[in-house]
Design a protein around this ligand. Structure first.
Ligand code: AMP
Ligand code: GLY
Length: 426
């Protein structure tokens, strides 16, 4: 099969890595890709916001399967166009991707079907939102309704913060994404992501993973796209995992009741509250950086799973997982998530990968003709280590981090540490 992966982050490199292990794959393309995918696939540059062009490119290049990484491409209808052209495409059509594309839609769906989530209100004028805030109990969470690259959410501790966040949304800080806002109750508890393959009938969960959203150690500093991740998550016991899985199944059933044919990845972002897991958000795609620790553990051929998802045959599939642990540390450019410079020479990746179990997934990198790797984004590399225990995976990952360098490199030193402390292993 000839496979095209859309996207250029660490997630897409991990997807390419998993696909390249399949005996069914004969050619791999990645658009736009990065310095890592350049070594395992052919990087091409197809305009992501143009679904008709993607479908046409896929047809001309005899692509059998398109795998969509980022949500924007799904929301504008890449899956709709590919499927209409008879090309298999992993990811829901635009109507399904709206679950991620509009937070108010997702909240209303959850409310309608009794899916556990934070209490919320939706506003489309600043005046109404401000009036509501005067009566609300702090902290609250203010969210731009539409896609804002993970930046449209403010956890407001004081009334002044909340008012500031509302003003920013309606002033257009997130473009039209902020024309409507959701204000919701702050949920207390650890966060955990559970991704699942679903064909609209069967839901096959992956292994849970815990992301670290804040830029700095001890969960301080601004929110980012994710600074590191690990699996398994000791905070998720069997009963909790069963409840999270039930919630994903309930969500797929709700989508079916709404007449939506949802096939692809359903990503549940959960908070483990005292009352049980509650949904923070849904994403319609693989998580980044969750994918970088989840897919390395999947023993089943990824192509078989993706094709069964698309062809509604997931009931024929049993996912097989390794029992190992994986820790992935994000190496970011100095200044991220604010402004940062690009074009710094990266050293030490090959040496790092000589450590047993270590794989370095590229995110914001570019490969020069002489094979030098340069930084090219905010999140640069995902240094990922697999080992029989979380403690070993963590120490291998940081051993590898120590071998890699570029100017102004920044990273968190505490990825997975809280989990190890809870286990009494750190
Ligand atoms: P979202 O894009 O909705 O996942 O929000 C980004 C981040 O904001 C989440 O990963 C949480 O850390 C935080 N957050 C969002 N909503 C809530 C909530 N209701 N309670 C607590 N934290 C939240
Ligand atoms: N890990 C956060 C996300 O993929 O949205």
């Amino acid at each position: 099969m000839r496979v095209l992966v859309i996207g250029g982050g660490g997630r897409e490199h991990a997807i390419i890595d998993a696909l390249s292990k399949s005996s069914k794959v004969t050619a791999l393309f990645c658009s736009p890709g990065n310095g890592g995918t350049a070594r395992q696939a052919r990087n091409v540059n197809i305009e992501m916001a143009d679904p008709a062009f993607i479908a046409e490119w896929a047809e001309v290049n005899a692509i059998d399967l398109v795998v969509v990484g980022p949500e924007d491409a799904l929301v504008v209808g890449v899956a709709d166009m590919c499927l209409a052209s008879g090309i298999a495409c992993l990811g829901p059509k635009a109507a399904g991707a709206y679950l991620e594309g509009s937070k108010s839609y997702a909240k209303d769906l959850m409310a309608k079907y009794g899916i556990p989530t934070a209490e919320y209100e939706v506003f489309d004028t600043s005046a109404e939102a401000m009036a509501y805030l005067d009566t609300a109990k702090m902290p609250v969470v203010v969210k731009a309704d539409g896609l804002a690259a993970g930046k449209g959410v403010v956890v407001a501790v004081t009334l002044a913060d909340a008012r500031g966040a509302v003003t920013k949304c309606f002033e257009g800080l997130y473009g039209t994404a902020g024309d409507c806002i959701v204000i919701e109750e702050f949920l207390e508890g650890q966060e955990c992501s559970l991704l699942a393959f679903t064909d609209g009938k069967t839901v096959l969960p992956m292994v849970p993973a815990q992301d670290h959203k804040r830029a700095l150690d001890n969960d301080e500093g601004p929110n980012t796209g994710g600074m590191g991740v690990y699996t398994p998550v000791p905070a998720v016991d069997k009963a909790t995992l069963a409840e999270m899985t039930r919630i994903l199944e309930q969500t797929v059933a709700a989508l079916v009741s709404e007449g939506i044919d949802y096939r692809g990845i359903l990503y549940g972002g959960f908070v483990l509250t005292e009352e049980g897991p509650k949904v923070l958000e849904f994403n319609a795609r693989f998580g980044d950086p969750e994918t970088q620790v989840v897919l390395p553990l999947l023993k089943t051929d990824l192509v078989d799973v993706l094709m069964a998802t698309i062809e509604q045959r997931l009931d024929e599939i049993t996912l097989e997982w390794s029992d190992d642990a994986v820790v992935s540390v994000v190496l970011a450019s100095g200044g991220y998530p604010g402004t940062y410079e690009k074009g710094k020479t990266i050293k030490g990746i090959d040496q790092a990968e000589e450590i047993e179990g270590v794989r370095v997934y590229h995110a914001g990198t570019v490969l020069a003709k002489d094979l030098t790797v340069f930084t090219n984004g905010g999140r640069v590399l995902n240094v990922t280590a697999i080992a029989p225990t979380l403690a070993e995976a963590r120490s291998r990952a940081y051993e590898a981090v120590d071998l890699i360098s570029f100017e102004d490199m920044q990273y968190r030193t505490d990825i997975g540490l809280k989990a190890l402390r809870a286990l009494g292993e750190a």
